[in-house]
Design a binder for this molecule. Structure first.
Ligand SMILES: Nc1ncnc2c1ncn2[C@@H]1O[C@H](COP(=O)(O)OP(=O)(O)OP(=O)(O)O)[C@@H](O)[C@H]1O
Length: 226
């Protein structure tokens, strides 16, 4: 599904602050699999996620998505791929204050031009699936941390992405809500989705639903000495 070939990422190239965050990562992420990316702080997990999710480009190396080379595509194609293929769940959920949970969920679908009625129906249905029907009209700032987290998950699903990317999804969740998140991952998987998670949390990387754990250290796959 997603193939990475010799991915390198250098920040601030040519400056005294030059930093090589990824040093030749080659990796295959199988379709309909749950992969966890783990490793110490600063090992390059978020940098790699943002490259896989078409949010940034590698300095060198190739990314193939379902066999299609996407590394060198112009920005507008990458934006389209990003919208249609990926659903993102960020550590800080980036939900917008001052508008309701329902409106937050619908926002990523607006650029795709879907009619308002069916979109609202789908968003309402998805909120219900995560037990949030009664919070649809609540403003984001009125929700608890766990509720906001679930709104962020629903928002990630609104365009029916085939790949879900979650960056430290349980960082702000207690044990019970972390288990709830893993139940949701289980559901993604049975819906045929591919899931990629970064996590330091043993509760996540040791979970039964996880197919593969990839360890990063110093921008390399652990055990890879090439
Ligand atoms: N835009 C940037 N400019 C310069 N250096 C950067 C930039 N983004 C990340 N880095 C550096 O690249 C390295 C990898 O960062 P990254 O955020 O990918 O690590 P991480 O494994 O996700 O860490 P954490 O677990 O703490 O979130 C870090 O040393 C970081 O300081």
């Amino acid at each position: 599904m997603i193939e990475l070939v010799d991915i390198r990422k250098v920040f601030n190239s040519g400056k005294p602050s030059e930093y090589s965050a990824l040093n030749g990562i080659s990796l295959n992420l199988g379709s309909n699999k749950v992969t966890v990316l783990t490793g110490p702080s600063g090992s390059g997990k978020t940098t790699l996620l943002s490259i896989i999710g078409c949010m940034s480009r590698p300095t060198s190396g190739r990314v193939r998505l379902s066999g299609r080379e996407i590394t060198s595509l112009p920005e507008r194609f990458l934006t389209e791929i990003r919208r249609k293929t990926f659903g993102f769940i960020f550590q800080q959920h980036n939900l917008i204050k001052g508008i309701t949970a329902l409106e937050n969920v619908m926002l990523p679908a607006y650029p795709l031009g879907e009619r308002h009625g069916p979109l609202k129906e789908r968003a309402t249905h998805l909120l219900g699936r995560l037990g949030l029907s009664h919070k649809a009209q609540s403003r984001i700032e009125w929700l608890s941390g766990g509720e906001a987290q679930r709104v962020a998950i629903v928002r990630a699903l609104i365009n029916d992405p085939s790949v879900i990317i979650a960056d430290e999804p349980t960082a702000h969740l207690d044990t019970q809500l972390s288990h709830r998140f893993l139940d949701i991952v289980e559901r993604f998987k049975s819906d045929g989705k591919t899931v990629l998670i970064t996590s330091h949390d043993p509760l996540v990387y040791k979970a039964g639903v996880v197919d593969e754990v990839v360890h990063l250290r110093d921008g390399r796959l652990e055990g890879d000495t090439s």
